[in-house]
Write a protein that binds this ligand. Structure first.
Ligand SMILES: Cc1cc2nc3c(=O)[nH]c(=O)nc-3n(C[C@H](O)[C@H](O)[C@H](O)COP(=O)(O)OP(=O)(O)OC[C@H]3O[C@@H](n4cnc5c(N)ncnc54)[C@H](O)[C@@H]3O)c2cc1C
Length: 407
């Protein structure tokens, strides 16, 4: 737990680096939208320092060795032409960056193809700003076809299967083969895992749900808002904390804060440690804003008639408005294709993001890595994979590795 929050805090440095030092035209609007989150992270981490201890580095070295030993890499089929086909699955944070970089580096000599069921990239980090009316839907979506300016072919299709042995991806429009595959299909929200969720809970982990919550908030005048997180991995671990603070400010600005009680629950125990530890710091910030914290509350179901959330051991919390992060699972196609073994995602080599198939890489939220499920991480992983494929296909430059210790 402590390690994961430390990772979140240190990840700020990466986000700032990625957004501030490596802008490109496509990502510029994204940079603007995420500025406030970056400054939150900056303010919450600047005092913590980013040096990893010798012990920490040694731990990571051992982790990596273990992972490498466990992976059974297979050799890709020999290519039939000099022109290689690189498929990028998913046009979210990871896929967008990987395809853009590969298109720029290789798109003229090789086929770089991005596939997503949507025609647009949706920038999820802005959802909390959308929730409180500081952004509009048009601010958070961009047409994926803009990637064509970067030599990337975009296919809109539902991905139904992935077969690494045959080097083939099955789309609803038919199969497509590849020489290299980058999987960045993210996590899917799975509200059905909590009985009562659909009738009772609201959230901002999807675009439409965020707009519904925004409407509800606009008409909310008084009562108890319960913000909570479920057990298991979910996109962006600090976001529920940020949500509490944004709701606090939102109701202050509307002059209703004294009529609106905000409470938070988490399956995790009360954070302990030095004040500068990110988890402890975030907890203290919430308390400073008068948000009561309920720890070790592992949600099991919601009783929408009685308006209570039920947890393990019979604990219950009442609410007037329930803002609950939905449980998450790997994208369905990864389960259907038996590529994932745990809810944390596909096993990868921590240095290179290579899966057990030598020409298949996995990045972002669907990669099983000891880092937070976040766009900043997906972005950095995408750059590593794009760089290494470029080196492999051009024979120029040196391969690089994902710097886990910077996160
Ligand atoms: C409220 C909120 C706040 C956040 N705040 C931040 C933040 O401030 N900073 C940060 O770094 N991160 C933040 N994140 C997390 C960040 O958005 C995700 O971690 C990031 O988007 C993961 O990128 P990805 O490429 O792995 O997956 P995604 O961005 O989820 O992309 C997956 C893509 O795959 C497509 N797809 C999935 N299955 C299929 C299929 N079968 N066929 C076709 N297409 C498919 C989807 O349509 C989607 O476009 C936040 C998230 C939320 C919800």
């Amino acid at each position: 737990m402590l390690t994961s929050f430390l990772a979140i805090g240190l990840f700020a440095a990466v986000v700032i680096f990625l957004f501030a030092l490596r802008p490109n035209h496509l990502l510029e609007p994204i940079k603007q939208m995420s500025d406030s989150f970056v400054s939150f992270l900056l303010s919450s981490t600047s005092e913590f320092g980013s040096e990893m201890t010798q012990e920490g580095l040694e731990d990571q070295r051992l982790w990596r060795q273990r992972r490498l030993r466990d992976l059974h890499l297979t050799t890709p089929k020999p290519a039939t032409s000099k022109r290689r086909k690189i498929l990028v699955l998913g046009g979210g944070s990871g896929g967008l960056v990987a395809a853009t970089q590969l298109g720029i580096n290789l798109g003229k000599d090789h086929d770089v193809i991005l596939i997503d069921r949507r025609t647009e990239h949706i920038f999820m980090p802005a959802f909390l700003f959308l929730m409180v009316g500081q952004r509009q839907p048009k601010d958070v979506v961009r047409k994926l076809e803009r990637l064509e300016q970067r030599n990337v072919q975009v296919i809109q299709a539902q991905i139904e299967g992935i077969d690494p042995q045959r080097q083939e991806v099955l789309l609803d429009s038919g199969p497509i083969s590849y020489d290299y595959l980058i999987i960045s299909l993210g996590l899917r929200t799975a509200p059905e895992l909590i009985p009562g969720f659909a009738e009772a809970a609201q959230h901002s982990w999807e675009l439409e749900a965020t707009l519904r919550l925004r409407k509800t908030l606009e008409s909310f005048q008084e009562g108890r808002i319960l913000v909570g997180i479920p057990p298991g991995p979910y996109r962006c671990p600090p976001a529920p904390y940020e949500a509490q603070w944004m709701l606090d400010t939102y109701f202050q600005e509307r002059g209703l804060r004294d009529k609106v009680q905000i409470e938070f629950f988490s399956p995790n125990p009360e954070p302990a440690g030095e004040d500068r530890t990110p988890a402890v710091w975030m907890d203290a910030q919430s308390k400073k804003r008068g948000v009561q914290q309920h720890y070790s509350f592992s949600v099991q179901s919601i009783d929408s008639q009685r308006k209570v959330v039920k947890a393990l051991y019979g604990y219950e919390l009442p609410y007037d408005l329930l803002f609950l992060v939905p449980p998450h699972q790997p994208a369905q196609v990864l389960l259907d294709s038996s590529l994932v073994e745990t809810v944390a995602g596909i096993r990868v080599d921590y240095d290179t993001l290579m899966t057990r198939w030598g020409n298949v890489y996995c990045i972002g939220d669907c990669a099983n890595m000891p880092v937070s499920k976040s766009g900043g991480v997906a972005h950095q992983q995408a750059e590593v994979v794009a760089h290494n494929l470029t080196v492999e296909l051009t024979g120029e430059g040196e391969p690089t590795t994902f710097q886990l210790h910077t996160l």
